[in-house]
Design a protein around this ligand. Structure first.
Ligand SMILES: Cc1cc2nc3c(=O)[nH]c(=O)nc-3n(C[C@H](O)[C@H](O)[C@H](O)COP(=O)(O)OP(=O)(O)OC[C@H]3O[C@@H](n4cnc5c(N)ncnc54)[C@H](O)[C@@H]3O)c2cc1C
Length: 379
């Protein structure tokens, strides 16, 4: 694997860092209390071209390779995890699923709009009684003339309360289980769906998460993605990309936590010296750096394999599992280095510590990643 960056990639990342520092970083605390800041951030990212970076040019994107895309995502997560999560749900979950499973008409109708943030996307898989065990969903779409009637509910949908377009996984067959599932695009022209209020949560509070309700919601036939009955398997294919994305989320938080801890350790004095001089503090920083570099290598390896077209699902699970735990450990070590200050909202580490926890839950809990990796060993 050769991860030397080209001049073009380096220039892009330099300008991206500058853009994020000026446009996104100043509001990273205030975003927890304002959806308007999130909307404005998403528009800025679209204007910069980050949201549609990996989309093909014909759909308004830049056709960027997976490695460039991944490095850019890590930079965004490092600056604002909430904005990362919402952009990821809109373009990375909803947009990517339409890109991979949609027909020409569906891609033309939605992708440019999502990439330019004229439409905000979401992806609704999880239900109150089906998260890790996605094959147990109950939301059902029943065939009617010209389309389907959708009934049921979804839970923990990122962007749910602000979404214009939602990709929904639902049962279509008589039975329950993977063979009976299909994917649908819901937009504002489909009547009968609504969102609950944004849930009050521990971290990434700037990115709204909510329930979605479908009450005799009519979805026209042309909004069926792929073939009826293929939904579960096509979703599983997309999960590789989603999981690499979630690994970037955690790595970005780990990097930001190390930045904060390094800065604080060189400012704070105790016992007549900078706390950086205490071996325990500098060793925490050294271990964090080693873990961050290891996580980055795993993510890049998964991205490179994904880019080659080979099955990268196990590499994605490994990268996500490891990076999410690194994110939590590094944020924890960084908070400890801050002492009492780390527990106070004035310091950024307090927010990063809360945000980091999602890494081990979203896009499949760590236990599920371990199960998938263990299964791959048997092959
Ligand atoms: C902020 C946030 C945003 C989210 N965004 C989205 C979104 O946009 N779209 C979407 O569809 N979903 C979303 N989710 C849902 C997320 O993907 C699920 O919460 C996650 O997959 C876990 O499902 P669950 O919550 O039902 O937990 P459960 O499946 O009930 O698991 C609970 C616990 O049981 C244990 N467990 C479960 N299965 C196993 C197993 N096989 N082996 C060992 N232990 C196991 C684990 O300890 C696990 O943590 C989001 C969640 C959050 C918190």
């Amino acid at each position: 694997m050769d991860f030397d960056l080209t001049d073009v990639q380096q220039e892009y990342l330099k300008s991206l860092r500058q853009f994020l520092r000026v446009e996104i970083a100043p509001n990273v605390k205030a975003i927890e209390d304002s959806t308007e800041i999130l909307r404005s951030n998403l528009e800025k990212l679209a204007h910069f071209g980050l949201s549609s970076l990996s989309f093909p040019e014909e759909y308004g994107g830049s056709s960027a390779d997976a490695v460039t895309n991944i490095l850019a995502w890590i930079e965004l997560a490092r600056v604002c995890p909430s904005t990362f999560l919402s952009m990821g749900a809109s373009t990375g979950l909803c947009g990517y699923t339409i890109l991979k499973t949609g027909n020409q008409a569906q891609k033309s109708k939605y992708l440019k709009q999502i990439g330019s943030c004229k439409l905000i996307g979401a992806m609704a898989m999880t239900e109150p009684a089906a998260g890790s065990d996605l094959a147990s969903i109950k939301t059902r779409a029943v065939k009617r003339e010209g389309g389907y009637l959708l009934n049921g509910s979804k839970l923990y949908c990122t962007n749910g309360s602000i979404a214009d377009v939602v990709v929904v996984l639902a049962l279509t067959g008589e039975k329950r289980g993977p063979h009976s599932m299909s994917l649908f695009i819901l937009d504002k022209d489909c009547s009968g769906w609504s969102s609950g209020p944004a849930l009050d949560k521990l971290g990434v509070r700037g990115s709204p998460t909510s329930a979605l309700y479908f009450d005799d919601c009519f979805v026209p036939e042309e909004n069926l993605l792929a073939q009826e009955g293929e939904g579960f398997y096509r979703t599983m294919e997309c999960l590789t990309f989603f999981r690499i994305g979630m690994a970037c989320f955690s790595l970005g938080i780990a990097k930001a936590s190390l930045d904060e801890a390094f800065k604080y350790a060189n400012e704070r004095e105790a016992f007549g010296q900078k706390i950086y001089n205490f071996q325990d503090v500098s060793f925490k920083l050294a271990e964090s750096k080693a873990e961050i570099d290891a996580a980055e290598m795993l993510i890049l390896a998964a991205a490179a394999k994904f880019q080659s077209g080979a099955d990268a699902s196990t590499e994605a699970s490994i990268a996500k599992l490891f990076s999410s735990e690194v994110g939590k450990r590094v944020a924890d070590a960084a908070l400890q280095i801050h002492g009492g200050a780390g527990y106070i909202k004035d310091y950024r580490i307090e927010q990063l510590y809360r945000d980091a926890r999602l890494g081990e839950i979203g896009e499949g809990v760590s236990e599920v990643q371990r199960m998938l990796i263990a299964r791959s060993l048997l092959k």
